[in-house]
Design a protein around this ligand. Structure first.
Ligand code: OSB
Ligand code: MG
Length: 361
């Protein structure tokens, strides 16, 4: 049996990026029951297609129209992806199901997902991604993140909220491991601003230009010292290989929910390692379900930089999982129970026609 539920979880603090302000995490959760096993998936999409072209409605459309039939024919995540290949794109929809199947097969084998994947270090280095707000508020957030032990602090920027905020942060915290994420807010014409960013000793600049502008990223990368990190641009191993050939990338932010799931993420990590590209695991404000997949992946040996996998309590007063991750000395350990190791708090699961329902009997 397969069903889905749409949950709307209020964020403790709204999250402002160059593409919009999120007050809630509107998550699509998938739940598959087979015998004794209950497996989960989460789509990283939101109500609107602002980060990428997919949203919660396109995910439901693709799941209903195409993916449900494939799940009926196989529960193996690799075979599922092979069969889903003929449906172009829609990697966030495919990822939600692919990851659910990884949880399922890991639970069948009675192994925790991080070990089932095969390269686990048993823990993940944790960084934080801080949304835009007033300078004073941002400095307070940075201060509190530093004292919580985060290993890297990333701040969201956009045109007009960049050099001034960096100057303020560096005046107060000259030595922290600091990066910025523009979520595609600049164009090649803004090169002068990006050149200025080069003076703040940043660990990297994340996705300054539009996602399809690999040439623009190569143009920038040739002219600055700061490493360039790509997030939205990296969808497949082909785009990574194009970016490498063009000289457009030093580091990639892998989000399993963006690239089609765990299998595609592992392929990206292997290619990145072969080409000396830095790797970290990003996040999309996931609930405890998506978070657990991200942390399992962030614990793999291929990951060599701290990722955006804060503990649940940074986002939500009460998450939809019964178990909450804890950060100790800037590290989080994945759960050792089978699969993703966390279970759904059923008080959050809605089954009304608009907000959830059965997809397979
Ligand atoms: O670009 O990494 C991003 C959140 C939503 C959409 C895109 C991004 C983000 C974050 C937050 O940076 C990461 C997190 O804490 O989950
Ligand atoms: Mg990003």
């Amino acid at each position: 049996m397969l069903f889905y539920s749409k949950v709307s979880l209020p964020l403790i603090k709204e999250f402002r990026t160059s593409f919009g302000t999120e007050k809630n995490r509107n998550a699509l959760i998938f739940i598959m029951r087979e015998g004794e096993i209950e497996a989960y998936g989460e789509a990283v999409t939101e109500e609107d297609p602002l980060y990428g072209y997919e949203d919660n409605y396109s995910v439901m459309y693709v799941v209903r129209k195409y993916l449900v039939d494939i799940i009926k024919s196989t529960k193996d995540p690799e075979k599922f992806m092979e069969k889903a290949e003929r449906i172009k794109g829609h990697l966030m929809a495919k990822a939600a199901i692919e990851m659910m199947l990884w949880d399922y097969v890991a639970k069948e084998e009675e192994k925790p997902l991080h070990k089932f994947i095969g390269y686990s270090k048993g823990e993940a280095d944790v960084g934080i991604s801080i949304g835009m707000s007033s300078i004073e508020d941002m400095l307070n957030s940075v201060r509190s993140a530093v004292s919580s032990g985060y290993k890297r602090i990333k701040v969201k920027i956009e045109k007009g909220y960049d050099l001034e905020i960096l100057k303020a942060i560096r005046e107060n915290f000259p030595h922290i491991n600091l990066s910025v994420d523009a979520n595609q807010a600049y164009s090649r014409d803004d090169f002068k601003i990006i050149e200025e960013m080069d003076t703040f000793n940043l660990a990297y600049i994340e996705q300054p230009l539009q996602l399809d502008d690999l040439n623009g990223h190569a143009f920038i990368r040739k002219r600055i010292q700061t490493p360039l990190c790509l997030d939205e641009s990296i969808t497949t191993v082909r785009t990574l290989s194009n970016a490498i050939e063009l000289g457009a990338v030093d580091i990639i932010n892998i989000k399993p929910g963006r690239v089609g799931g765990i299998g595609p993420s592992i392929n990206l990590m292997e290619d990145a390692k072969e080409n000396d590209i830095g790797v970290w695991i990003g996040g999309m404000l996931e609930t405890g379900i998506g978070r657990s997949f991200n942390i399992s992946l962030a614990s793999q040996k291929y990951v060599n930089m701290p990722g955006d996998t804060s503990p649940n309590s940074r986002y939500f007063k009460k998450d939809i999982t019964n178990e909450m991750f804890q950060m100790v000395d800037g590290k989080i350990k994945p759960y050792e129970n089978s699969g993703i190791g966390v279970s759904l708090d059923y008080r959050f699961v809605k089954m009304s026609e608009m907000e959830g329902g059965k997809l397979i009997d």
